[in-house]
Design a protein around this ligand. Sequence first.
Ligand SMILES: [Mg+2]
Length: 276
Amino acid sequence: MKPHTHEKNLVPISSLRAEEARRVRYILMDIDDTLTTDGKLPAESYAALWQLHSSGLTVVPITGRPAGWCDLIAREWPVDGVVGENGAFALWENAGHRLASMTHPEAISNSDSRLIVLRDEVLAQIPGARLARDQFSRLYDIAIDFAEEEPQLPLSAAHEILSIFLKGGARAKISSIHVNAWMGDYDKLSTALLYLKTRFGYDDVRDSGSVIFVGDSPNDEPMFSHFPIACGVANVHRYRDFMKALPHFVTRFESGAGFAEFAATFIARRSGIAIN
Ligand SMILES: [Mg+2]
């Protein structure tokens, strides 16, 4: 067994200190394969979201999923808004169930002709690549499915898709299921910061240490690299050879069970309960 060339030991989430946990006000998380397990939202991770929300924390999913899904999430989930399409926009519900949104100033419609040309190039050149089935509810990005539905394509195919989009001048990221591509200069991090600042008065210098992000895959890298107390669910190990930025912490369990483990550990630390 050859060692990883850039071996870095992730720290178990059980080492999170009480004083770190008590400074946190914002819990941000990826959705696919972080909250969900094999495409479903399990009771344990949904219950964990409710628990975090009920503890008075500001809970905001940061996802590559489309505008149409984010409408539902902002309205029906126990969250304080959602950032969608890898940072194209944020959606949230105000008092009186009034839905509000902010779009990143750089966001460009996915009907942009440059993006359409690249989409067609990918579909023509990569065997098995297909548009994600949620494409109809997207406003700003193109999503190519490589692992949401069967047949799953290898990660190497996702990298070929990525490179066609990048060479063509688009932004693109690989999640655990899709390759997403868009034209504007933004990502999950830039819009998460813009949203927290605009809506909650978050100051990235003064409030450092008040955010935890939980994620699993390469499109979460901007978040992992920025937030010092980011946490990966255990499936993040699958991508560590492709990722330059890894989270500081990791859970023992994968996907939804990993998120539930994170939430239980975090809440216990805040209340001073010792757990393993
Ligand atoms: Mg994910």
